[in-house]
Design a protein around this ligand. Structure first.
Ligand SMILES: NC(=O)c1ccc[n+]([C@@H]2O[C@H](COP(=O)([O-])OP(=O)(O)OC[C@H]3O[C@@H](n4cnc5c(N)ncnc54)[C@H](O)[C@@H]3O)[C@@H](O)[C@H]2O)c1
Length: 293
């Protein structure tokens, strides 16, 4: 299968790696040239990159080289997408931008190409609203880190066809992941639950009920979560998390999604999350609140 990735940031890279490791040809595009270079480096040598998989014995050196040669980058979106069977958009979380991208994708792809957005919170129906081929647009929401996470949330917009949905489910299974189907409701399934936990954790922090670390530990030790709500936010990227909440608040008008003051302050002061994954970040919750990790 030929896959095109539009937006080669944190998620685009991970998704590209997943497909390349499974033997698919990938063309990745981004408007920011540095992202293309940095993306390839991260795929090869990042925290969940191919070299790590080789070191863990999950991949041979030869398989790593093959995966790398399957990924091509270009700044030309039309070139990346023109012969793709599947396009996954992983550009920043903004409705206007995603709408424009899907309108363009409509005309630069084949009539049978599946057009998926990796959006965490934006309505697929709204993203597709002005496109001509709304029936082939859907959500394929991968989780961070996509190389490890087993889940892909498949979101059916109002006009997504059954054929598009079933093709997406088949693809998700082919790449060794488990799909869930979500209705196109704000936050879908995973973020409605995940962000609810994060919002309550933020309110507890604001009310000084417990520290960042103790709130994280409570979810890990009591409920068996692999990461606490603040560690998860740091991994996701605090700028992305802020955009997710803003988008949910804008869509629903529900004040329960109003972004926490501390989150906005952190992003404004350059704390955009995990420094090993976010270029130029001063850190996340642990650094901002001066807690040793
Ligand atoms: N960060 C996460 O943990 C996470 C998890 C699941 C889903 N998502 C979703 O995935 C999407 C991407 O998030 P991210 O964290 O990878 O963001 P990111 O900021 O790391 O990457 C976004 C990339 O999109 C590029 N871009 C911007 N405009 C573009 C355009 N017109 N054409 C092509 N590329 C363009 C940027 O240069 C950047 O490299 C968002 O919709 C986000 O909500 C993020």
């Amino acid at each position: 299968m030929r896959v095109a990735i539009v937006g080669f940031g944190l998620m685009g890279r991970q998704i590209a790696q997943v497909f390349a490791q499974r033997g698919h040809d990938v063309k990745a595009t981004d408007t920011y040239l540095e992202a293309l270079k940095a993306g390839m480096l991260e795929i090869e040598d990042g925290p969940y990159g191919l070299k790590k998989a080789v070191a863990k014995g999950k991949l041979s050196m030869e398989e790593m080289q093959q995966a790398l040669t399957r990924i091509h980058t270009t700044s030309n979106m039309a070139e990346a997408c023109k012969d793709a069977d599947l396009v996954i958009e992983a550009a920043i979380e903004e409705l206007k931008l995603k709408r424009e991208l899907f309108n363009q994708l409509d005309s630069v792809t084949q009539a049978t190409t599946l057009l998926a957005s990796n959006t965490s919170t934006i309505s697929i129906t709204k993203i597709a609203e002005q496109a001509n081929h709304r029936q082939r647009i859907l959500g394929m929401h991968f989780f961070n880190p996509a190389q490890i996470s087993k889940l892909v949330e498949v979101v059916q917009g109002k006009e997504t066809s059954q054929d598009t949905l079933s093709s997406a489910l088949t693809i998700v299974r082919q790449i060794g992941k488990t799909p869930i189907i979500a209705k196109d409701e704000p936050g879908f399934v995973t973020n409605r639950l995940g962000l609810t936990l994060f919002m309550e954790a933020s309110r507890m922090l604001e009310d000084q009920v417990a520290s960042v670390r103790d709130i994280d530990d409570s979810m890990k030790l009591a409920y068996g979560h692999p990461m606490g709500p603040f560690e998860t936010a740091d991994l996701v990227g605090l700028d992305t998390r802020l955009r997710n909440l803003e988008s949910l608040y804008k869509t629903t008008g529900d004040t329960k999604w109003l972004p926490p003051k501390a989150l906005r302050e952190m992003v404004n002061h350059g704390y955009t999350g995990d420094q090993t994954r976010r270029n130029g970040s001063k850190g996340g919750y642990y650094e901002y609140f001066s807690i040793e990790r």
